[in-house]
Ligand binder design. Structure first.
Ligand code: ITT
Length: 197
């Protein structure tokens, strides 16, 4: 079975490949291998809506099954921000580091017990006929008071896991892929994939 990964985020692709590489009979096709894919506007109101838009848009365009990931960081003290806007939080030309520093600034003076946050990931599988299936995962933690760690991407350096005593960016890919929101969502998605192959 061929499955197009409807994402432009190379870090997501790495994590997905690491999780699915052992599935026999599954060929993962990165979006970069598809000539002139349509631009998908992520204007949905939820992670589910945006994941479905990305997966359906690419499934219809390629005529192949497609999988998309919509994910983000939900911070309780910020009423859920950045949430679905995680990739675009802050200034238009902001880097991951800029976004992390901005969040730390926004949470300055907030006590540790009020710094709870979670990563959320929704995976959508879509088919050219318009059928769409979802799986979701979350990972709970808190916002650290500084950036730590060199692995991962996005908000990993400021996402602290109290039970492990490290930020997500201090975990190797293998360690992150045991506990992350994406790993959990992919675990459920895997069952669906296996039933389709
Ligand atoms: P695609 O839409 O092409 O998949 P994207 O990066 O724009 O790529 P999203 O719209 O789903 O993806 O935004 C997800 C953002 O949430 C991502 O850019 C990070 O800032 C953050 N994020 C998601 N998962 C993360 C993770 O595992 N670690 C750190 N940050 C993460």
């Amino acid at each position: 079975m061929k499955l197009v990964l409807a994402t432009n985020n190379r870090n997501k692709i790495r994590e997905i490949k690491d999780k699915f590489s052992d599935i026999r009979g599954l060929t993962l096709i990165p979006l970069s291998n598809i000539p002139n894919p349509p631009e998908i506007i992520e204007d949905g109101a939820t992670f589910h809506e945006n994941a479905a838009k990305k997966a359906l848009g690419i499934a219809r365009f390629t005529g192949l099954a497609s999988m998309a990931d919509d994910s983000g960081l939900v911070v309780d003290a910020l009423d859920g921000r950045p949430g679905i806007l995680s990739a675009r939080y802050g200034k238009a030309d902001a880097t991951d580091k800029d976004r992390n520093l901005m969040l730390l600034e926004e949470l300055q003076g907030i006590r540790p017990d009020k710094r709870s946050a979670r990563f959320v990931c929704v995976i959508a599988f879509a088919f050219p006929d318009g059928k769409c299936f979802f799986s979701a995962g979350r990972c709970d933690g808190m916002i650290a008071d500084s950036m730590r760690g060199k692995h991962g991407f996005g908000y990993d350096p400021i996402f602290y896991l109290p039970e492990i005593g490290k930020t997500m960016a201090e975990l190797t890919l293998e360690e992150k892929n045991k506990i992350s929101h994406r790993a959990r969502a992919l675990g459920a998605a895997r069952e669906l994939l296996l039933s389709l192959i």
